[in-house]
Each structure stands twice: as C-alpha cells, then as structure tokens.
Design a protein around this ligand. Structure first.
Ligand code: FMN
Length: 174
C-alpha cells in the first residue's frame, strides 16, 4: 500500500495559545513529518504561487477574502497521486475549514478510489467544517476519521499521531 502525505502549512506570523507568534516551522508541517516518519509515506508540501504574508493579520485578511470569493489560489505544483492508495491530507483550520489552496488541490487532482485521512491543526475549531467540505469535494474517495490537533500541543502529540495512523491503517487493511 503506497502512502503520501500532502499538506499545506505556513511559517511566519501565526496564532498559538491565544497570541500571535512567529514560527520557522508550521504546526501542520510538524505533524506531516511525524506521519511520514511513522508510516514511511512520501511527503508533498503544497506551495502557493503567491506566498501568504508573514504578517498574521494580513494573512487572515487575505484568507477571509479568498474564502468569501471561493477562490482557487494557484499552487506551484500539484502532486501526482496515481501510484498512491492512501493520502494523509494535512492543513491548518482557516476561518472554520481548510484554506482555499486545499480546494485548488481537490479540484485539480482526482481522488476517486483513494483513501484520505485528514489531519487539521487549529486553535480551537477542531476539524471545523473541513470533513463535510472534503466529502463534498471528493465524493468518490473513502474518507477516514479526521485528526484535529491544537497547535501548541503538536510537539507533545507524537503518541496520539502514531495511534491515529495505526488505527486508520488498520481500517484500510481490515
Ligand atoms: C488565516 C488564518 C485563519 C485561521 N482561522 C482559524 C479558525 O477559524 N479556527 C481555529 O481554530 N484556528 C484558526 N487559525 C489558527 C490556525 O489554524 C493554527 O494556528 C494552525 O495550527 C496553523 O497551522 P500551520 O502552522 O501549519 O500553518 C487561523 C490561522 C490563520 C493564519
């Protein structure tokens, strides 16, 4: 069974534990790498053609506008998922769901017949509406149980991530 982690994550200004901080590695990036390490999956990071600003407030403003316009921000590249059976799909919660760049991915790649396991780092919204948004966008994929993780607890979440990957993979095999 071939596995790929596809994820979006941002460095620079972010919101963690109730305040704005600057980070050199995003929360979702950390979880993506834990999953790749645990499962042997390949990694593919989504990179917008137009990077989001480091400034947190400017970024939230752009993200809100993109969501309102139902935009499809261009990505530098889309992953080729033809050879993969399982996709671990990671994103931060932005305004209650996945960022619009993830919608660009879901529109641009055919996930039919694939199994998707979503993980979402957030500041309290959990998965938000991302599970139902994902199901609507990928009607012919099998979508497993999502893993929501609070950003400031990611560093302590290794065991939880591992347990989740193991239980999700067991559901594919059985
Ligand atoms: C544009 C923007 C919008 C956000 N909206 C939400 C939200 O609606 N709910 C929430 O719980 N956290 C929200 N957050 C916080 C992020 O989900 C959280 O910091 C996440 O862990 C960032 O992941 P990353 O470091 O991988 O980019 C938002 C952050 C940004 C930058």
């Amino acid at each position: 069974m071939k596995q790929l982690v596809v994820y979006f994550s941002k460095t620079g200004g972010t919101y963690m534990a109730g305040r704005i901080v600057d980070v050199t590695q995003g929360n979702t990036d950390k979880v993506a790498k834990m999953i790749a390490e645990d499962t042997g999956a390949d990694l593919f990071q989504l990179e917008p053609e137009q990077p989001y600003p480091d400034d947190y407030n400017a970024c939230t403003e752009i993200a809100a506008q993109e969501q309102k316009r139902n935009a499809r921000p261009a990505l530098k590249a889309l992953p080729n998922i033809d050879d993969y059976d399982v996709i671990w799909l990671g994103y931060p919660c932005w305004w209650g769901t996945y960022p619009q760049v993830v919608q660009t991915l879901l529109d641009g790649v055919d996930f039919s017949g694939k199994t998707i396991f979503p993980f979402c780092t957030n500041e309290g919204s959990g998965m938000g509406s991302s599970m139902s948004d994902l199901k609507r966008s990928c009607p012919n994929a099998t979508i497993g149980e999502g893993l929501p993780l609070t950003g400031n607890r990611v560093d302590q979440s290794g065991d939880q991530v591992k347990a989740w990957t193991e239980s999700q993979l067991a559901s594919v095999v059985s």
